[in-house]
Design a protein around this ligand. Sequence first.
Ligand code: UTP
Length: 298
Amino acid sequence: MKRKVTKAIFPVAGLGTRFLPATKSIPKEIMTLVDRPLIQYAIDEARAAGIEEFIFVTSRGKSALEDYFDAAPVIHAELEAKGKKDLLEILAKTTMDSGQIAYVRQQKAMGLGHAVWCARRLLQDDEAFAVLLPDDVIAAEKPCLQQMVEAYEETGGNIVATMEVPMDKVSSYGVLDVAEDMGSFVKAKGMVEKPKKEDAPSNLAVIGRYILQPEIMDTLNQKKIGAGGEIQLTDAIAQEIVNSDNVYGLRFRGQRFDCGSKSGFLQATVAFGLARPDLAAEFSDFLNDVVAMRQAAE
Ligand code: UTP
């Protein structure tokens, strides 16, 4: 029987060192693409996929995230007094009902697998759940997690979002060993975290969207240390292949930006800026000028 997915875990306890000094005092997830923090993109995607409860795995110094989802009575009153309905609508999307959002702390950054395990008590024993890494931002006609929920209705089991990457980049990702390729999705027979190029079983990389079965918590509970000295979610998913043979990779339709890296963040800023009707004309004129000036200087 397939278990409905209504809860999502957002692991946001990492230190975000690639964005120092910015992340010294602000969480990476609060950094903005155009005018929305990274976390808002992830929340909107989760909502579109039918998620009703949001679990954040946080750490010290992340209180700006909790404030972001709280009510903002002063701003609200000001906008209402001025009749700014459009801004009130934008604000409404950031506010969560009490009980709809929960926070647990990961006291030490021991890895993504450990962060997911920290949320175990907020899930029912028989409940499938989603995991979204907010620094992977995906531009897609149909939101990526929604595509995964639809695929899940067909496959059940555990699903990871996958995309082809150049072989010289595989060592930055978890990589799937493919048992069977059905085109839009694959069945996995193995999964390895950050393999060397020569050891990689394929170039099908896993990115930060997962639908997982609750049994994975038992595996994570063993707290096995993996690549980089961290408790890896990839290793626990690989174990699910051994235990239950029910892990699939979905080749999602859309463009993924690695907003945990400076280059990916800049690319996303350009792509999302150009996608905004209120900014596109002026912004693309500016970009064309920049390119023309660079070419003239060369
Ligand atoms: P990253 O590998 O991007 O690590 O984690 P990071 O700490 O955020 O960033 P850098 O590498 O120091 O710049 C991927 C995701 O997993 C979460 C992060 O918050 C991010 O969403 N994570 C990672 C945790 O919640 N806990 C961990 O122990 C590790």
